[in-house]
Write a protein that binds this ligand. Structure first.
Ligand SMILES: [Zn+2]
Length: 425
């Protein structure tokens, strides 16, 4: 007998009345009216069953440190980096582990079962690296954690950072990171991209750089990143995170840049909550939004994901591992309000992000891992509108989290007693 049978689900691609059968941690059948029995049967009642949420860009070493040792008063990226620099020498490994595990619990409760986290390698103790490697093992049964060796203070600018980064990779960190716009000059930024891509090519690693996270329209490291990707044969393995300078760039230049990004097979991650909060801080009015050109990149065929980036840390005071909140902010900032565009924003926190992480066995199809989330919503657009409750979260066919449906009990004469904000049938 199979382990789990979900009856009458709606899938993100629009299929309705679908049953999903799982055994030994894998999906064995996805069809209407499956004739089989299982140890556990769940009636989805026509609600949306989605593959888990995936966060393509996060910082698990700084999460939940908000207020330590003080808060970011200016709200800028640069004060955030300075503040993190104050906190770094005081970090204790146990505390980093504890906070990261607490965040992973939040994530599982929200149906977020895969996270790519950058980890700062500029502290020569590599204390955060050790902490997050430990966390990666600890959460493995229920959450895929991918780590990026991230030289927060600049791989060339910060003494010893290049060696630290290589040590972190040798210790088991997965992906090569970078931050070219924080190097001292444009030239150094370009050189850092070259050096880091060469390391990735030699070691067969993926690349994910914080790239052009600035309002400066002349910050063009994404161009170098795309060119180096092509030169080194890294197509499909490289991601540019943030790319906020593209918001402010000259349109003619962008018309030449996007085809280069496509040609190089470079993916993009926008971080809507952080980009809208941090960018444009030097503007008076009008204030720029500062998020990269998401619909234009998607239309050209670039894989674009939305990341959460920060939760309660030196850069951002809010957040709760809710990728629907991230996607909802993304669609507002990018004016992506048509039905197709809103669905694309849902993809940006599920299937697109999974592609960027090169996640194995992702998706609701036979042979894939039995990971999925039952939402209190009828379709992806309703899920975004309601930041829908994750009724049940499954990992390998096993229930790992559940939440009661969000409802209000009304005390109004002549009205139905309960309201749940889903679209009336
Ligand atoms: Zn980041």
């Amino acid at each position: 007998m199979a382990d789990l049978l979900i009856r009458n689900a709606t899938l993100p691609d629009g299929r309705t009345g679908v049953d999903v059968l799982a055994a030994d941690g894998r999906i064995v059948n996805v069809a209407r009216a499956i004739d089989a029995a299982a140890a556990t049967t769940v009636d989805a009642g026509g609600r949306l069953l989605t593959p888990p949420f995936v966060d393509a860009h996060f910082h698990l070493d700084s999460t939940l440190t908000y207020g330590l040792p003080r808060v970011n008063e200016s709200g800028t990226l640069l004060e955030g980096i300075a503040l993190w620099g104050e906190l770094k020498p005081q970090l204790m490994q146990d505390a980093v582990v504890e906070r990261a595990l607490a965040y992973c619990d939040w994530a599982v409760g929200r149906g977020l079962l895969a996270i790519r986290s950058h980890v700062d390698v500029c502290d020569p103790r590599l204390l955060a690296v050790e902490a997050l490697l430990h966390v990666r093992e600890k959460v493995k049964p229920y959450l895929d954690l991918q780590l990026v060796a991230f030289p927060q203070d600049g791989v060339l600018r910060s003494k010893g950072a290049l060696d630290n980064l290589k040590r972190a990779l040798a210790m088991g960190v997965d992906v090569v990171g970078g931050i070219p716009h924080f190097e001292r000059t444009m030239g150094d930024g370009a050189r850092s991209v070259r050096v880091l891509c060469e390391i990735a090519a030699e070691e067969g690693r993926l690349v994910d750089m914080h790239c052009d996270e600035t309002d400066d329209p002349h910050s063009r490291h994404i161009e170098t990143l795309a060119l180096e990707t092509e030169r080194l044969g890294l197509q499909g393995r490289v991601t540019g995170s943030h790319l906020t300078s593209m918001h402010s760039m000259d349109n003619y230049y962008v018309s030449k840049l996007i085809p280069l990004i496509v040609e190089a097979g470079v993916s993009a991650v926008a971080n809507p909550l952080i980009n809208i909060a941090i960018q444009g801080r030097h503007d008076t009015y009008p204030k720029r939004r500062g998020m990269t050109r998401v619909p234009e990149l998607m239309a050209a065929g670039v894989t674009v994901a939305f990341g959460h980036d920060c939760v309660m840390d030196p850069w951002y005071a809010l957040g709760s591992a809710d990728m629907l909140e991230v996607a909802a902010m993304g669609l507002h900032v990018a004016h992506m309000t048509s039905q197709a565009e809103m669905r694309a924003c849902f993809d940006a926190v599920t299937v697109n992000a999974a592609r960027i992480l090169h996640l194995d066995g992702y998706g609701i199809a036979p042979g894939r891992r039995a990971d999925f989330v039952l939402l209190q919503a009828r379709d992806p657009v309703e899920a975004l509108r309601l930041r829908a409750t994750r009724l049940m979260v499954f990992r390998g066919g096993r229930l790992v989290a559940e939440s009661p449906p969000a409802v209000a009990t009304l005390h109004l004469d002549g009205r139905p007693p309960r309201v749940d904000w889903t679209r009336p049938a």
